[in-house]
Design a protein around this ligand. Sequence first.
Ligand code: HEM
Length: 431
Amino acid sequence: RSRKLNYKLPPGPSILTIIRNSLELYKKPQQTMAKLASPIMHRTNPDITTACNHNNYSLVFLPVSPLWQELRKICHGNLFSTKTLDSSQDLRRKKLHELLGDIRQSSLKGETVDVGRAAFMACINFLSYTFVSEDFVPSVGDGEYKHIVGTLLKATGTPNLVDYFPMLRMFDPQGIRRHTTDYIDKLFDVLDPLIENRMKMRRENDYATNNDMLDILLEISERSSEKIHKKQIKHLFLDLLVAGTDTTAYGLERTMSELMHNPEAMAKAKKELAETIGVGKVVEESDVARLPYLQAVIKESLRMHPPAPMLLPRRAKRDVQVCGYTIPQGAQVLINEWAIGRNPQVWDNAHVFSPERFLHSDIDIKGRHFKLTPFGSGRRICPGSPLAIRMLHLMLGSLINCFHWKLENNMDPKDMDLDQSLRAIPIPLLA
Ligand code: HEM
């Protein structure tokens, strides 16, 4: 097998390499991640959206290139910097109060909440407000938006036959290009007028900034259109929406499920919140630093349920030796983050949900500790992680500090199936 893998492969991923690499990662995650996070790996381009040229502008799929570097610089220095996120927290606070208001309404009626759905809607609203100070969803319809984002995410993760047999490209055998193009067009139909309107408003003398990401991007574009122009702005928003919605919502739902399944951990998290900010109060972004147990709960949940279980595909830029195997140039590589998180050689009691393991540990999720990299690592690490982390703490902390949660049909937490969607009844806790 090893000899065969050293043959020159056609461009595109090798199934065998993916499987073998996953198995190896299971054994030696620390060493392997260090190599894979290095510049020898670059992003694969799944050829999902040729018709609307999204690949040519996409932060997610561009190879390392001057445009990609410029977009990353804008993300780090402007969009997701601490200063920008601090100044846009009012926008997220407003959306958080709306989420809690909706849940309060359900609680008054004794209704069950589909936590995954509520989390998905809340994440879209948080992101669209942070990006453009407006709700993105009413323009598309929530069911349709979920479908669009789901389809685009699926297309990103689905092995495309075209990668294996390039001559099939023009036939688009799985319809991946056709579907994604339609959906991307739909999202652009919403984004285009938003951007146009804002450009018009910015030309008026008495224009006051909204402190959102659209203003920041237009300001950069007005100063130097070489850094980013209008067309790139909509492609960037598309990437950020698709990459940020389902991942964050899934992270929130799984964490709530784990807390409901582990009443002791739930009680500890609630006690910390009660003592630090007071029962029934809404969590502020500035509170999070004083909530170490809540932070540990989120890390533990990301360890057991990484929202991107295989991270994002990379491609080897040149032949590389990993754990005694040759990964040939051009091979697609997936990192099995889920398996690393559950590996008993890496974690004590790997299958037990225990936030305590992070309480006196310096392991963080910034891509420096290769046993826990839910946001990836290296220069392609998730640029949205500072926002995702804020949203997760804000929503989780407020949901458990403002409500007591009971499982539907009086189910015993021990009987929960953690792979099923979470349905629970909220009971308000007064401040
Ligand atoms: C819990 C939530 C999230 C998780 C677990 C997550 C995870 C990831 C992972 C694993 C990658 C690939 C990293 C690598 O290849 O090393 C990634 C890339 C990316 N993420 Fe996230 N993400 C989350 C939320 C977000 C949010 C909120 C945004 C933006 C608003 C975002 C935007 C992106 C973008 C644009 C990329 C591609 C970066 C590039 O290729 O240069 N993500 N994310």
